[in-house]
Design a binder for this molecule. Sequence first.
Ligand SMILES: [Zn+2]
Length: 106
Amino acid sequence: MTDVSLEIRNIIFEKFNSDERFTNDQIFTELQKSDKIEKSLTIDDMEKYFNELCDIGIMRNIAQNFTTQWFKLFDPLEKTTCPSCKAEAPINKSEEKSCPLCKAAI
Ligand SMILES: [Zn+2]
């Protein structure tokens, strides 16, 4: 079982880290291409994860047009290795540093 939230972070890190803005549709397309999320998931299922990343302070919602949402990162993400579970997670240097997978402090 993949952690969708972590996969979204990975996509942002790999594809949109230096972009001015990106959309939920772009992220979802990349997620589907990556084959790392279940095929049954829809873009509506992604909404809670995008909201979560906004709540944590990684990005903010800057515009919306029907179902398309534009997001902007507060800061580029940086790959950090969790000392507890050894997972590599892209995190924002200003967010509270905890592993997205095991929640250990980083
Ligand atoms: Zn961890």
